[in-house]
Design a binder for this molecule. Structure first.
Ligand SMILES: *[C@@H]1O[C@H](CO)[C@@H](O)[C@H](O)[C@H]1NC(C)=O
Ligand SMILES: *[C@@H]1O[C@H](CO)[C@@H](O)[C@H](O)[C@H]1NC(C)=O
Length: 334
């Protein structure tokens, strides 16, 4: 009996040791409610990651995951299936330093939007691509940092969110001269903007990520001020601010789970993905952490996205040079 137990113990040890060797930064721990668990089966070929992974975007209709990475002489976007197969590397020379990536219009005519914080001839822009990487449209003035609204200019635009209505939300930027949240109409007219640097209400310092919920609220990770600010998406009115949950480390990402129950926030320096309770309509109140996924040291989770069909959570990890998938524990049938 003891021998059998010992053999079982050794097998378990070898297996867990082997998986650690395969994916060196794969350990995680959950505190609070267990909502997600790491899915090591995705992707099947992690050796395709060849740069620093900054962003991830999911097409829940087509079952595709777009991974944006930085580095010299590497493809800047890798495409995987949600089943974990590597499908394609984009062959475009129009991307310098991708930061945020967003999948728009999944059900009708999907396109991929990418913010480029590079300072070369293609930088300071936000670009729209076909699903296979053909450049379709450029917002901003390529190679020229600026603050103008006409023509549009950006300085290190951090992220873009496109509502199903076609309206566009941009946070600009990632440490440059601008600290702006801009709302554009479908035809690129400025509808409203908050553009002051500072710590006051509706002011920003490094607005880093933006998302719109189902209740006409815009959520912004105001990274430099270690808080999330919330606005009315129609009027632009300031609705509230969450700071108490981010004393240790700033929020880097804002995304909502498809059921709108939780806000998913990456915290890069503490290597955490934090799920907060998304407040009911109209009330912002104080933030409440429901669950914390603690990743290994130096993983550095940066931006996230959710599969709107399965609620799977994809995390872009700058330190670990990979994207990882976490799956909801209830849907996994555990
Ligand atoms: C990649 O792009 C280069 C030029 O931009 C082109 O010459 C080459 O054929 C392309 N390769 C593929 C596989 O599409
Ligand atoms: C989505 O694509 C369809 C087909 O091209 C188009 O008619 C529709 O306006 C698009 N929706 C948005 C929000 O861009």
């Amino acid at each position: 009996m003891a021998t059998i137990l010992f053999i079982m113990f050794m097998c378990g040890f070898i297996r867990s040791h082997a998986s650690v060797a395969l994916r060196s930064r794969s350990d995680f721990r959950v505190s609070g409610r267990v909502l997600y668990k790491l899915d090591l089966s995705w992707p099947k070929n992690p050796e395709h990651f060849s740069g620093q992974v900054f962003g991830v975007a999911v097409n829940h209709v087509a079952g595709l995951v777009y991974v944006a990475q930085r580095g010299d002489n590497i493809p800047k976007v890798l495409v995987f299936s949600t089943d974990g197969d590597f499908l394609q590397a984009w062959n475009t020379s129009t991307l310098e330093m991708p930061h945020g990536i967003f999948l728009a219009n999944a059900s009708a005519d999907p396109t991929v939007w990418i913010t480029d914080v590079g300072s070369g001839p293609y930088g300071h822009t936000i670009k729209q691509y076909s699903p296979s990487g053909k450049l379709l449209q450029v917002l901003g003035s390529p190679g020229k940092a600026g603050s103008s609204l006409s023509p549009l200019q950006f300085d290190q635009p951090a992220e873009i969110f496109i509502h199903s209505s076609g309206e566009i939300y941009i946070v600009d930027g990632d440490g440059g001269m601008n600290n702006r949240l801009i709302k554009l109409s479908r035809d690129l007219q400025v509808l409203w903007m908050h553009g002051e640097k500072g710590q006051g209400l509706a002011q920003f310092y490094i607005p880093h990520s933006v998302a719109v919920d189902s209740y006409q609220r815009v959520w912004v990770a105001d990274r430099g001020n270690k808080r999330i600010q919330v606005f009315n998406s129609v009027t632009g009115d300031w609705l509230g601010s969450w700071g108490s949950c981010f004393k240790e480390d700033a929020p880097y990402s804002v995304r909502l789970t498809p059921d709108q129950k939780y806000m998913v926030v990456a915290q890069l320096n503490t290597n955490q993905v934090t799920l907060l309770e998304a407040p009911p309509v109209g009330i912002i109140g104080q933030c409440q952490v429901i669950s914390t996924v603690q990743l290994a040291e130096d993983v550095k989770p940066h931006l996230v996205d959710l599969d709107l069909k399965t609620a799977a959570l994809y995390v872009a990890e700058i330190g670990a040079n990979q994207a990882q998938r976490f799956i909801p524990v209830t849907a996994a049938g555990v």
